[in-house]
Design a protein around this ligand. Structure first.
Ligand SMILES: Nc1nc2c(c(=O)[nH]1)N[C@H]1C(S)=C(S)[C@@H](COP(=O)(O)OP(=O)(O)OC[C@H]3O[C@@H](n4cnc5c(=O)[nH]c(N)nc54)[C@H](O)[C@@H]3O)O[C@H]1N2
Ligand SMILES: Nc1nc2c(c(=O)[nH]1)N[C@H]1C(S)=C(S)[C@@H](COP(=O)(O)OP(=O)(O)OC[C@H]3O[C@@H](n4cnc5c(=O)[nH]c(N)nc54)[C@H](O)[C@@H]3O)O[C@H]1N2
Ligand SMILES: [Mo]
Length: 841
């Protein structure tokens, strides 16, 4: 999700949010004294610098150009432990120290032996050499092939900071040179963001949700459906405030006092379920649609559904009902008795839940993992239908949400404007050096998760959201601010695919597997080695944060801005690229533009100098807000963005596409592989869920040695397993294990936990890939779950990633374990292949 798309949704949201009208005097107080903060603590930070990360704002004590200590920003009352990994990112032994070129590429350029990719032998070059190589390659690509041969894959969790947003820098600079193949969608919500505009009129996944104040006051029942708030609210798209945790504390009290009943519908006992000590409703993995259909069936059969709501606000219930009744498609009635053996919830319990939801003010809250699986569109659609049948959409504390686990959604927006970003597009009227729009019949935009397919099935035509996409067999890829060799599924398939690509450029500050599998690696500095500015609170718009440069760029690293400006010198467009401005001039301008905007909205801000000195500006909380309330109030005036303006239970538009895996209404479909009696479970009985890490942000901070020491087992990534499955295989807590299927194999360290029922294990995504060697099938020495995951699109509609559709087996590892190869950077060699001397500066 690049900066533009996510902020784009936010801008839309701000318009809907309430603008707080408060006396200026109060705002001024809030500007200088953090609201609700421990002000005594603020005094201790004299001389400390301020910065921010996805995992929170912080203060840093710096001495003699070295960061000595990091502490959470005093406004942050629920700082995340991920902060503990920050110093280990800066001072990681895995830092990219110099521009590096893969040995065989150094010798043979684009005709290199691509099967050697991943052997990690690299030659050090100067910055000038490296940027010349990148430039020469781009010239060659544009002259020999054209824009279809270049893939710019910037979509990822690049660091916070509006000025240095590294994807923007790469896209603007490379865009000045020539056009390329871009991406649509993202790995987070591939299926969700495509399906929900047809059903509810917006992506919903990136929308502000009903305020927690209101939920806590009005809801009697909260259904946490596949969502782990306490774990996932640790990070935000902009510098995270962690304000949502204050509401989770209140919710915990209300659960204890039996004021609100919370039910977590999840195959595992989540961190949130444990924290709230709320009800846990087990469900077999990937079978939620069957459970939802049976809930809907009960509501219909027992006449518990809201006919008036369906009449006034929805379309197509009558087209859906025959499927529920078993009068078409599979001719099976979707009774609780039908669903029970599929989803593992008893028929009586299903009826009980349906009655409970109908009788109470019920707020359904979905997470995103449930759509990161095959047919991931279906549970979201069926969830909306369930909420529509309950008739509470648009009521305070009722209805359905798809975003409350993300970036403090549900904390009311202040209504203030946030700073803009360094532009990613060319300035108006400018064209690229190679002004070629001829893609030779290939698509210029491909679904992001199908980028590996493009290399393996060149020219293949696929369906995507109502149109055809012809996959371009691109020859060169540029990665920045994303770690493709963590985020994408099925490593061995990737290895094969990458043999078909001539040149890969990676820009990063730490030597990820994406660097290891690249040809030219450019060392960026970390966000803590440059000056920047960021929004504080992605949806709450709580304030603006200064990101003071803590130390100078380490080794030979440079800021992304400096890297791409130097690149642009090669075709004399560096002044145009930077608009002749320095880093600090940009930071100041982004602040001042924001200040002008906010003055108009009666949110006064101090001068830039004052702001930079204090380190932050804070705005007061906005008014609580109810999602879809305006639509409920007047569905004609405030029509939804769906084709009809109503909630679409049946979508004529999707039906017309004629897809077999996403029809006109939600359908229960079997998966390619599924545990608990589903396909392939005889051979591989365990479902591997690769949820988002509690300890990290994806692959970020995995490079921190101190942080890793806190959670690894025998130096390997943990695999969480239940006691029954562990005992059956003779596996004990702390054992080294091999996890495998037909797609790959990895080593991990067993953590036996009661949170995991039989047939379910977890390895968190983002564990750094460390193969023994470049060969296909090679053992991963550390525990990247994407060594094992399935790489298929969710459906013809969204083509999203299906990481959570994955079966494996696990065994105790016997023998001598190979050392972990993931960390510590490249094996530096001289051009003749001999080891480079260790002591070079
Ligand atoms: N199996 C499985 N796979 C998954 C998921 C899953 O649930 N299961 N989840 C998916 C999801 S939702 C997501 S969002 C993706 C995340 O995938 P990514 O966004 O690719 O993951 P990150 O680890 O955050 O990678 C960001 C990279 O950018 C680098 N970086 C950070 N800041 C800068 C900067 O300023 N400049 C430069 N040049 N580089 C920088 C970091 O060092 C890091 O290598 O993973 C997806 N993959
Ligand atoms: N600490 C931390 N927080 C993060 C991130 C991070 O890397 N670290 N990443 C951020 C990003 S980019 C994203 S996209 C979000 C991801 O947010 P999500 O995708 O919602 O997060 P996950 O942790 O993968 O899964 C949430 C829950 O879904 C459950 N689940 C999985 N499959 C099923 C199923 O088939 N049925 C049911 N009922 N439940 C299921 C899991 O057991 C888990 O408890 O998190 C964000 N927050
Ligand atoms: Mo994500």
């Amino acid at each position: 999700m690049n900066n533009v798309s996510r902020r784009g949704f936010l801008t839309g949201m701000v318009g809907l949010g309430a603008t707080a009208v408060l006396p200026s005097a109060l705002i001024n107080t809030l500007m200088v004294t953090p609201a609700k903060a421990n002000t005594a603590a603020a005094q201790d930070f004299k001389g400390w610098k301020m910065s921010g990360a996805h995992w929170g704002a912080f203060r840093a004590r710096v001495e003699a150009d070295r960061v000595m200590e990091i502490r959470p920003f005093e406004f942050d009352k629920h700082p995340s432990d991920i902060l503990k990994g920050t110093m280990g990112v800066i001072y990681s032994p895995s830092r990219v120290r110099y521009p590096m070129v893969r040995l065989d590429w150094f010798k043979n350029r684009h005709r290199s032996n691509t099967a050697e990719r991943g052997d990690n032998r690299f030659v050090r070059v100067s910055w000038d050499e490296a940027l010349d190589l990148v430039y020469d390659e781009l010239e060659r690509i544009q002259n020999t092939y054209g824009p279809w041969a270049l893939h710019t894959a910037n979509v990822g969790w690049r660091s916070v900071g509006q000025m240095h947003s590294c994807g923007n820098h790469m896209l603007r600079a490379v865009g000045m040179h020539g056009r390329s193949v871009g991406t649509a969608g993202d790995y987070s919500t591939g299926a969700g963001q495509m399906i929900l505009p047809y059903i509810l009129g917006s992506t919903e996944v990136y929308s502000q949700g009903t305020s927690w104040d209101i939920i806590l006051k009005e809801s009697n029942v909260i259904v946490l459906w596949a969502t782990d708030l306490n774990k996932n609210l640790q990070v935000g798209w902009n510098t995270e405030t962690h304000e949502a945790y204050a509401y989770l504390e209140q919710l915990k009290d209300k659960v204890a006092n039996k004021e609100i009943q919370v039910i977590s519908i999840d195959p595992v006992k989540s961190k949130t379920q444990n924290y709230l000590d709320c009800d846990h409703q087990y469900v077999n993995p990937m079978t939620d649609v069957a459970l939802m259909l049976a809930l809907a069936h009960t509501l219909w059969k027992e006449d518990l559904y809201d006919k008036k709501f369906l009449d006034l606000y929805t379309l197509g219930f009558d087209d859906f009902l025959p499927y529920l009744k078993g009068e078409n498609e599979d001719m099976v009635e979707k009774t609780p008795e039908w669903a029970a053996p599929i989803c593992g919830v008893s028929a009586d319990r299903i009826r009980e839940l349906a009655r409970l939801f109908a009788k109470n003010r019920t707020q359904i809250i979905f997470g995103w993992a449930i759509q990161r699986q095959q047919h991931g569109e279906q549970p979201y659609w069926m969830g909306a239908i369930l909420a529509a049948m309950l008739g509470q959409i648009g009521l305070p504390g009722g209805g359905v949400s798809y975003s409350h686990h993300y970036s403090s959604v549900g904390v009311s927006s202040s209504g203030a404007s946030m700073p803009g970003a360094f532009p990613l597009n060319l300035d108006t009227g400018r064209t690229p050096k190679h002004d070629n729009t001829n893609y030779d019949g290939y698509s210029s935009v491909i679904p992001v998760a199908r980028a590996v397919d493009a290399l393996l099935e060149p020219g293949k035509e696929i369906d995507f959201n109502g149109h055809k996409v012809k996959l371009p067999p691109y020859k060169m890829g540029i990665f920045t601010g994303s770690n493709q060799w963590h985020r994408h599924q099925d490593r061995n398939r990737m290895k094969l695919a990458y043999r078909n690509i001539e040149t890969v450029v990676a820009v990063d500050y730490n030597w990820t597997a994406t660097c290891r599998f690249a040809d030219i690696v450019l060392p960026a500095c970390t966000p803590f080695e440059r000056n920047d500015i960021d929004a504080y609170g992605s949806y709450s718009n709580r304030g603006v944060i200064a990101m003071h440069k803590l130390v100078d760029p380490l080794y030979h690293s440079r800021s992304d801005f400096d890297i791409w400006r130097e690149f642009c010198k090669r075709f004399k467009r560096d002044i145009e690229y930077s608009r002749g401005m320095t880093e600090m001039q940009w930071v100041e301008q982004l602040y001042n533009d924001c200040r002008i905007d906010n003055a108009k909205k009666d949110f006064p801000m101090p001068t830039f100098e004052e702001f930079w000195d204090i380190g932050y500006v804070l705005f007061p909380e906005g008014k609580p807000w109810v999602r879809h309330a305006d639509f409920r109030e007047d569905p004609e005036v405030n029509a939804l963005g769906t084709p009809s303006g109503f909630i679409e239970i049946f979508s004529r538009k999707i039906a017309r596409y004629g897809y077999d895996d996403c029809k006109g209404h939600p359908i229960w479909m079997e998966k390619a592989e599924r545990s608990h009696g589903g396909p392939n479970s005889d051979k591989y009985p365990l479902w591997l869920q690769s949820c988002h890490p509690n300890e990290r942000l994806h692959s970020q901070t995995c490079e921190s040695e101190e942080r890793r020491a806190e959670y690894t087992v025998q130096g390997r990534e943990p695999v969480y397993i239940g006691p029954v499955d562990a005992e059956r295989r003779g596996i004990k807590h702390g054992d080294l294990v091999r996890v495998y299927n037909d797609r790959g194999q990895l080593l991990a360290g067993a953590v036996v936990s009661d949170n995991y029922p039989e047939g379910i294990i977890r390895i968190e995504e983002g564990a750094w890939y460390g193969p023994v060697g470049p060969e296909i099938g090679s053992l991963d020495t550390y525990g990247d779950p994407n060594t094992l995951t399935l790489d298929v699109g969710t459906s013809k509609l969204a083509q999203g990633p299906s990481a959570n559709t994955c079966l494996v087996e696990i065994e105790k590892f016997e023998g001598v374990a190979p050392p972990v190869t993931s960390f510590g950077g490249p094996n530096e060699v001289l051009p003749d292949g001999s080891p480079a001397p260790k002591d070079r500066a």
